[in-house]
Write a new protein. Structure first.
Length: 173
């Protein structure tokens, strides 16, 4: 009986690896990401700032009581987590687009690849900080500052657009 489970697990693992196809070249994915970049705007994440405001919960607590305010804060935290997942996914797309040309460059005189690694690490630490504050907010309300996180995405968006523009100019000429 255990053998069947092991065979099923091995088959599932092989199916996942084949489905993900990590060995496939991702030039077509790069074109899809570049077309996504044209319609992407970091301003779509500005409503996140409202989710970190404690004033709505305070007002609701006065009007409807602490239980309603607690349910509202719980819903705010859930929405904020969804925004953060989406923000992380978009940041990774932008980072892949920005690092695409840095990896293809023969020389990196401006240390742009090092700057991109530092930028990714700053983003990761900022995300961890925000997620920790969301967890702490369940125990005791605390302030969550999302502005640095959104500024990092804004800077990376500008860098990725510049990279895509240079790549397009290179293809045209």
């Amino acid at each position: 009986m255990t053998g069947y489970y092991m065979v099923a697990a091995a088959t599932a693992l092989i199916a996942i690896v084949v489905w993900r196809r990590p060995w496939r070249r991702r030039d077509d994915d790069l074109i899809v990401v570049e077309s996504w970049l044209e319609s992407f705007s970091p301003d779509g994440y500005l409503p996140m700032l409202r989710l970190t405001s404690p004033s709505d919960a305070r007002f609701l607590s006065i009007q409807r009581g602490p239980k309603a305010a607690a349910r509202y804060r719980h819903a705010q935290r859930q929405l904020l987590r969804e925004y953060l997942r989406s923000l992380s996914r978009d940041f990774n797309r932008l980072h892949n687009l920005a690092t695409g040309s840095a990896l293809r460059a023969r020389s990196d005189r401006q240390n742009s690849s090092l700057a991109l690694v530092e930028e990714k690490m700053e983003f990761i630490f900022s995300m961890w900080s925000v997620e920790t504050r969301i967890l702490l907010d369940e125990i005791a309300p605390c302030s969550i500052n999302l502005k640095p996180l959104l500024a990092e995405v804004d800077q990376l968006t500008a860098r990725a657009r510049e990279t895509a523009r240079r790549r397009l100019e290179f293809r045209v000429s």
